[in-house]
Design a protein around this ligand. Sequence first.
Ligand code: BTN
Length: 242
Amino acid sequence: MTVPGWQVYWQAQTSSTMEDAAKLIDCGVVRDALAGAEEQTAGQGRHGRSWHSEPGAGLYVSFILQPRIDLAEVPIITLALGLAVQEAILRVSDIACDLRWPNDVMIGARKVAGILVRLHGASLIAGIGINVNHAAMPAELSAMATSLRMAAGRVFDRNELLARLAQTVRAFVELLEADGKEPILRLFAQQSSYVRGRRVAVDHESGALRGTTDGLDPSGFLWLREEHGKRTLVRAGGVRPI
Ligand code: BTN
């Protein structure tokens, strides 16, 4: 794979590109680089889950970034990366994805891409997995996951998608650096059907909550109007439609 403007470290097989990116940072490759692989044998998802990484079918890539932002703004970077994945997919496939807060990329009710953000030293690792040319998902995932091929009925050039993704990741990070978090918050709220008026369940630190989503706070966290009227800020985890 070649990507203009990025140092690319590509392997046929790895355990996880998150680990590869961390090792690269330890060796001094601290920005403008990406670690990718055709296959991951231990792909990592959020909350300790694994990421299904069928050989040659998906994009499995960890971008090494050093955004000039306050590290308190990492939740906003997460939203910005969701926007970047959404735009890259739209440009390459014409598929308009939804964004499920904080950063699941959805085609209808099924997830097509996921994002895992981790700090390592002074760098940020943005791990992105996109289900591209999977002909089918494993039985245990088929109700909740899909691929671009399954949605569009054709295969896609993964190198083209990666090049576009590298561009949109850089563009959204630069937008955040230049204009601050407001445009990202505004765009995310525009592009996600989950930000407002959506009935969801949430695993919150205070237990399982149910309610209706009620916008983003200035840090990028999600407001939930609970069924009895209380407004609770959801900082972590994810939401499930009910
Ligand atoms: C999620 O659970 O939604 C996040 C999934 C992130 C998967 C990507 S694939 C490339 C990178 N390497 C990993 O091991 N995980 C991320």
